[in-house]
Every structure is written in structure tokens, then in C-alpha cells.
Design a protein. Sequence first.
Length: 300
Amino acid sequence: MLLKLRQRLHRGGVGQAAMRAAPGLATLVVAVALAYRLAGLTWLVVEAPAPPAPEAAPSPAVTAARSGPGDLGARIGARHLFGRIDAPAPRSAVEAPETQLDLTLTGVVFTKEDPARAQAIIARGNADERRYRIGDELQGGARIEAIYRDRVLLRRGGRYETLRLPRERVGEIGSSAGAAPHAAPDSAALSRTVRHYRARLAEDPVGLAREFPAVAVHGRDGSLRGYRVTGRDPAGLVEKAGLRPGDVVTAVNGVRLDDPQTSLRALRDLMGADQITVAVDRDGRSLSYTYSLSGTRAPR
């Protein structure tokens, strides 16, 4: 189905329309992915990480050389999008205190089949966020040794250091940490709804995206900031994803939605991700929602 969607998005005559519809499609894919987990009676809550614990040295699988991009359709087809995310087995415990570098970890893109493909979204000081992979060098003399779902293991000057996802950047889906879970939805009805929309997503992605509209939001200088979520959501899927009407989605998995081309890139990346991080501007506040698609809670 995902390969079919990709072909339709790139088919002649549809490309420009797909670009215009991409923000809605990205919102839809996030919502449908979350709804699939809800259909399994699993209410996902991404909680803030616990106080620092001893880190593990990266396994050879994590530090192995990365393979090329390969064929997108084949890679998507080979993945089980909603499978379990298994962290690489640690070899031995190492001491890795919090790094003192002026770095902020704003998100992580993690794929279970090939942890070496994991990406960390990091900002230095007030600079723009950038994507880094295992083995990449950061300013300040640090090298990325391993990427986990809530932290990055750095090596600087022969010592390990930890860069964690800040607590305030970790979002929740549907409930707050420590609160009683919401009642589980009607599994059969929700499954039917999701199957219906996934079928339509394969056959007519541009038309379906119009049912999940997102209005472009521009800054004072006229530059595109992102896309505002509207209240039109026939199945309530956007609400289930934790988004609200009026939210401005500014980035998905570190890809800024500042032009239609990057919006399509965000949609493509969503297809192969096991974890989705959405940056949202809500009433002047910057929020980050991290959705685990594994059926398990993110690590504390």
C-alpha cells in the first residue's frame, strides 16, 4: 500500500497537487498510525525520561557502517511499521555523565530493523536544528557513538557523555503522566474506520488530504512557518493523535515544514519511522509530541 501511495504521489500531473496536500497527508498519516495502536486497545503515553542511569556502550550493530538509502518502496515494504522497537543489547556499562556542551536534543528518529540508521535531531545554542547519524562529528569535538529513543551517547576526549531529550520536549498522547488512562475506544469500530481511511489513502491521497486540511501560516516577513490544524476531522483521528484545532505544526521528525518540498519529505520519512516527533506551536508555546508506534511505552 505504501509503495502504491508513493507511486501516486509522484505520478505525472499529481506532483504539484500532492505538494499542496502534503501537510494534510502528514497529519493524516500521524493520526492513522496512532489510531492503529488505539484499535489494539493500547493507549500510548510518552513519558519524561527518569533521572540519569548508567549508560551502555554501543554494540557493534549500532556503530557499524551505514548502508545506502536503497529503494524506498522496498525498504518500506520490508518494515513492520507497528512492530516492537528493541534497543541494541548492551555490552558493558560505562559512565556517561550529562554533557556540558551547548547542545539540545529535540528529537530522535529510530528504526528497529537497522539501529545504525537512527538519527538524532540536535540544535547547538540558538542555531537551527540539524540531523545527525551515528559516527557524525559535532562542534565541540564530540562524536555520536549511539542513538537511543530518549538520549544520545557522545564520545569526547576519550570519555562518554550523555545528551538527553529534555523533559519539556517530550509530549504525551491523550493523558498526562501519572493520570488515569482514558477509556479504551471501541476496537472493532475504530479498526473499521482506520481500514477505510488507509484504503482511501492508497487510492486517492490528494483527495483524502482535503478532508484533513491544514492552513499555511506565515511569519511577519512572509516566510512559511508551518501549517495550522483545522477543526475538520471526520473521524476524530487528529484529536486522538493529541493535536488540537489551531495548533501550528512546524516540523515532523526534524524536517521543517517551511515549503511544500520538505512537507513531502516529512511524509516520506513518516512511512518508514518507528517513532514520530511532531513540533507544534500552541498559543505561542513550543511543544514536541513523540509518538511511539511500537505498542510499548517509551523508556522512562
